[in-house]
Design a protein. Structure first.
Length: 448
């Protein structure tokens, strides 16, 4: 678990960036009903978790410009704790979380106007919590009623997301340690899925997509993960050409490719791995040809990822390899589409590759943080990569049946994705405990 002092340091950094006479208000996420009176498993707001590590619902964190922190949380309640679990409570919160003061959440409406009085700016995460803006206006309304008594009401509001996004974009050592462990767990899950698929087919048994998803979930949980960081994708054959396909009833056939995009969440942090493998452990010639193009595209993106490079550089590097590969495979041709520069300029590749190569990764699988540099104009405003940023590298090709596509390539979806920590001279791929090279994948599956 992350030490308490790490959260205190983050709160202090945020306080220092608020400016004079400012108060930051950060709520956690609400609970959500799944159906009738059953709730989804609770997961706190990422900004709130980043600053506190506190994972109970119905809580607010307040930070002023002097760094004074106040928590509002659920009070101890024996009757509710019998049903829902032990609560920390405001009495124990200061020592447990390293904050200055704590109140019952039931006192929020009473205390907030007092804390907002004589502040100049109120900072809160815009457009992230339904109804928060109206609630802040209500608290400000109470403060305004005291203006004639000499109380100052904040006259400025500031989006807290901008400040916290830049903080969260560069991971500290504690975050990176957690993300490396999450990556190791997810890699083991992918290895387990590959082997299970080959074993099941070798035994002449039916192998459904949901069986492989079950193996993922088992491996995630048995190593202490809270579960998937996002909806698992387990897609056999033609299903792999559906980008956000979810594991379903499809029976995996011996000659299929299987695309698995899955990663666990550990202590709130996401991992994100995609591997594509032959269900029976052996690529066909056509599958291998396309796979090698995607693999080469990912390697090009890896080589383009380093501190000082631009966020778009890995994507541009991957697209160049994919475009040339599509020409070499005959899926595009020079008569109709020109040479590689024309394919890129006219986006002819987008028929087969329609998504970006990267996204930020952290407490959210599509983590916060701008992809552009402030004050710079497009197309030269892509974000400059810095050490400690974490992003995915995930090129792919998706080939649907069509009259102009040779049949051996039909219904082929291939994506390869790894998680990369930006470093001064390159990047650290923290998800390579599961192989990428086609021969290594075949060798692993052959051991089944």
């Amino acid at each position: 678990m992350t030490p308490v002092h790490v959260y205190a340091q983050r709160r202090a950094r945020l306080a220092a960036s608020l400016g004079p006479n400012a108060l930051a208000i950060i709520p956690t996420a609400p609970t959500h009903l799944r159906n009738r009176d059953s709730e989804y498993p609770y997961r706190g707001d990422s900004y709130f978790l980043y600053l506190t590590g506190f994972d109970e619902p119905n809580a607010y964190l307040l930070i002023d410009a002097q760094g004074h922190t106040t928590l509002f949380c659920q009070p101890r309640d024996e009757s509710r704790e019998i049903w829902d679990g032990i609560r920390l409570g405001p009495e124990r919160a200061p020592q447990a979380l390293g904050i200055d003061a704590a109140f019952s959440i039931e006192q929020l409406d009473e205390q907030l106007p007092l804390l907002l009085a004589n502040q100049q700016t109120v900072c809160w995460p815009f457009a992230t919590h339904e109804g928060l803006g109206q609630r802040i206006e209500k608290w400000l309304g109470v403060v305004r009623q005291k203006v004639r008594l000499g109380v100052r009401c904040p006259d400025q509001q500031r989006d807290l997301c901008a400040l916290l996004d830049d903080m969260r974009l560069i991971k500290d050592d504690h975050e990176l340690d957690i993300m490396r462990q999450a990556a190791r767990i997810s890699a083991q899950a992918h290895l387990r899925v590959m082997r299970t698929c080959a074993e099941t087919l070798n035994q002449g048994l039916a192998c459904h997509e949901y069986l492989l998803e079950a193996e993922l979930l088992h491996e995630f949980r048995r190593h202490g993960s809270s579960g998937p960081a996002y909806g698992n994708i387990v897609a056999a054959g033609a299903n792999a050409c559906i980008l956000h396909y979810r594991a379903d009833q499809t029976v995996i056939r011996s000659g299929d490719l299987v695309l698995v995009d899955a990663g666990c969440e550990l202590q709130g942090y996401a991992s994100d791995i995609t591997r594509t493998f032959p269900a029976n452990g052996r690529f066909t010639d056509a599958q291998r040809a396309v796979y090698d193009v995607v693999c080469a595209a990912q390697e090009a993106s890896v080589q383009a990822t380093r501190a000082g490079a631009r966020f778009n550089d890995p994507h541009d590097a991957a697209v160049k390899v994919l475009a040339q590969g599509l020409l070499d495979l005959g899926l595009l041709n020079t008569n109709a589409h020109g040479h590689v520069e024309d394919v890129i300029a006219n986006k002819h590749y987008s028929r087969f590759y329609m998504h970006r190569t990267s996204h930020w990764l952290g407490l959210d699988v599509h983590d916060c943080g701008s992809y552009t540099e402030a004050g710079q104009e497009p197309p030269h405003n892509s974000r400059i990569l810095q050490s400690g940023m974490v992003l995915t590298l995930e090129p792919g090709l998706y080939i649907r049946p069509a009259a102009d596509i040779p049949e051996p390539f039909w219904n082929m979806g291939i994506r390869i994705e790894d998680d990369a920590v930006v470093q001064p001279q390159g990047c650290e791929l923290i998800t390579r405990d599961v192989p990428v090279n086609a021969r290594e994948i075949e060798a692993w599956m052959a051991n089944a």
